[in-house]
Design a protein around this ligand. Structure first.
Ligand code: MN
Length: 195
């Protein structure tokens, strides 16, 4: 993705993740929250033609962002990067790609013992995110899997990790349906993760 950033269309219908993630949440999350990160990133980059030329991943890892714009670029650029990966990382309820297969299944079994114990560890990590943030299964450049937390809109991009599973645990991702029950949202989440 590059400047000027545009909201990528949701790659499935808004109600495709029902009953696990509800249609109303998807409209707010994609059309309002994601759009706001896009708009705010474009606004933050408007005075900086040299930064506009960088692909998003390079922008997020760029060492010399101007002091005046650093927070706005990293917070909103991170929001764009994470939400793009998040929505692309889900697929309709009932699809046949909600379990890891092939090489990834081997990597998960080898690192975590089984898919079930991987999910348990992942959910514990996601529950332990204090405030707003993300839980992620990522692969290091060497291909090793790791479950990590990302605070606020921190990104895997800066760590040079490849996101494989990204769970948004900001309240806006689940509060309309699940209220304070983040654990229920996380249990439901696995029914719509795309592997
Ligand atoms: Mn979100």
């Amino acid at each position: 993705m590059t400047y000027p950033y545009k909201l990528p269309p949701l790659p499935y219908p808004y109600d495709a993740l029902e009953p696990y993630i509800d249609e109303e949440t998807m409209h707010y999350h994609h059309d309002k929250h994601f759009q706001t990160y896009i708009d705010n990133l474009n606004a933050a980059l408007a005075p900086y033609p040299a930064l506009q030329a960088l692909p998003l991943e390079e922008l997020l890892a760029y060492p010399n962002l101007p002091d005046k714009a650093r927070d706005a670029i990293l917070n909103n650029g991170g929001g764009v990067y994470n939400h793009d990966a998040f929505f692309k990382g889900l697929s309709p309820a009932g699809a046949n790609n909600h379990q890891p297969a092939g090489e990834l299944a081997k990597i998960i079994d080898s690192a975590f013992g089984s898919f079930d114990s991987f999910k348990k560890t992942f959910n514990e990590t996601a529950l332990s995110v204090f405030g707003s943030g993300w839980a992620m299964l990522g692969l290091t450049p060497g291909g090793a899997p790791a479950i990590i937390k990302l605070a606020n809109q921190s990104t895997a991009s800066v760590l040079h990790m490849k996101p494989v599973v990204l769970a948004d645990v900001w309240e806006h991702a689940y509060y309309l349906k699940y209220k304070n029950l983040r654990a229920d949202y996380l249990n439901a989440f696995w029914n719509v993760v795309k592997f």
